[in-house]
Each structure stands twice: as structure tokens, then as C-alpha cells.
Design a binder for this molecule. Sequence first.
Ligand SMILES: Nc1nc(=O)c2c([nH]1)NC[C@@H]1CN(c3ccc(C(=O)N[C@@H](CCC(=O)O)C(=O)O)cc3)C=[N+]21
Length: 291
Amino acid sequence: MASSIISGNEIGQEIRKSVAEQVVQLKEEGITPGLAVILVGDNPASQTYVRNKQKSCEAIGIFSELIKLPAEVTEEELLDQIRILNNRHDIHGILVQLPLPKHIDEDNVIATISPEKDVDGFSPVSVGKMMLGQDTFLPCTPFGVMKLLEYSGIEIAGKHAVVVGRSHIVGKPMGQLLLQKDATVTYTHSKTPDLPAITKQADILIAAVGRANFISKEHIKPGAVVIDVGINRDENNKLTGDVNFAEVEPIASHITPVPGGVGPMTITMLLYNTVQSAQKQLSQAKYIQNM
Ligand SMILES: Nc1nc(=O)c2c([nH]1)NC[C@@H]1CN(c3ccc(C(=O)N[C@@H](CCC(=O)O)C(=O)O)cc3)C=[N+]21
């Protein structure tokens, strides 16, 4: 069974087109969506990601501002920067690039971002609302995976989805979003005994482990949909996913590549959330005007 390759580049482009149209409309109403990205220290991988995000913003007319802070910045100084951005009317989204240096408490930082501007969907308020199925910013990577499934016409209701990995950013919210679409969800992780016995039952397998080529053909039921969230760099700085693509591709029904799969969707949904945030601000302003 030759599988169909799900292109995050193509689906991402299609979504970005409609987001770009929304940006044009907002500008006609006098609002330019704005995203602030805070980068602490000079981790080369983080710098690349941040540059990617900024280029993607520019390409569709979103204003983006990069705030670079030295690795030695104190937590209180970082929190002050976030508070300033919380109060700025030209900034609709705030993203603090993770990971942060060890002396800074990530939980404190994330909780300081105003939920109205939390376009990463990482704050406790956003996570709580997501769990309850309420209107909120959804975390970009799992949100992007849901869009990949939707645009590829993959049915979710009644399917067995197995999530490998339980991070706050990917695994946990991924399972929740699939559950909301009526999948039967199983979470697995590093302490799960006999992982292949469980992943072999998956109609939809989400690999979010963080180990290159960890998922091989003995983990896969023939005909499964395989979504690779992994972004691992080998010694030559080459990007590889969590799935052994060459082995798994022939037996899966659909599979995402790395690069060109989930990664571009993460950025797409960040743009989407930022524009949503600007739209919400505009409709609130109109509401107040009409009071
Ligand atoms: N607050 C915060 N929010 C994030 O969303 C966040 C973060 N911190 N820290 C780091 C991770 C990682 N991440 C990626 C986004 C896009 C690609 C991406 O576009 N990847 C391309 C390839 C890029 C390349 O070649 O390097 C692809 O897979 O095709 C990858 C990784 C967002 N993250």
C-alpha cells in the first residue's frame, strides 16, 4: 500500500492565503495585526525559528517585533517586558520563544502573558478553556495537526488515535483536540511497556517523542495515518522526524514528512491566531463604540 504524503507546505500555504485576506480586511479597518516575539539568549536553533516566524509574518502583512534579551536577563526584567507588551495596543500576540535559560521559571513567564494575547495557547487560562472546549487560542502545533487531518479528508470520529508523548506543548493538547472530534484517544509515553502493542492499534498515530526515527514499521498498523511531530537534528544538522519515514511510508495510508509536514503548520497557526486576536480586539472596540 503506497501512502499519500500530507504536505504541510501546501496546506499551510492555502491557509496562509486566507489569513492574508483577513489581514487586508483588518488594515482597511485601520488595524495592522502585530506579533511580538521575545527571544532570550542566543541559542542558534531558536534564532532560526524566530527568523522563520518573522519572515512568515512579513509575507502576509503582519507587523512583527523581535525583542532580544541577553541570556543573563533576570526573570523580573523578562516579566516587565511581557507586562509592557500586554498593555500595547499595536501588539495582538505575544510569543516567548522556549526553552528559556534555567534560572527563569517558564511557568511564571507563561502565566504573565495576557490570555487575550497568548497566541501560543500555552497559558493556564488558554489550556483550561481548551480542555472545556471553550473559545480560546489553540496551541499551534496540535492545532496545525488538526488542520492537516481536516484538509486531507481524514475522518476522526470513532477512530483510535494513539499519541506518543505527553508534553504540555504537543502530546497532551493533541489528545484533547482529537478527543473533542470524537476519537478514542490513548496516551503513551516513555514509561509505557510494550509500546508497539498499543501503537499497532492506532488508526491515527501521532509521534511526538523527540527521538529521531523512534517509530519504525513494527509500531504501525497497515493503513494507519501517521503524523510526525518530531524535529530532531542529526550531527550534520539535518532535520529528521520521530518516524522512520522510509520504513513506515510504504505501509501507512497517509504520512507527514519532516521537513515540510507539521513544522510549517505550526507557523501557519501562529499567524492564524495572531489575526484572530486582532479581529477580536476590533470587534470589542466596535462593541464599546456602540454602547
Ligand atoms: N513559544 C514557542 N512557541 C513555539 O511554537 C515554539 C517554541 N516556543 N520553541 C521552539 C518550537 C519549535 N517550533 C517550530 C516551528 C516551525 C518549524 C518549521 O517550520 N520547520 C520546518 C523546517 C525548518 C528548518 O528547516 O529548520 C519544517 O518542518 O518543514 C519547526 C519548529 C516552534 N516552537
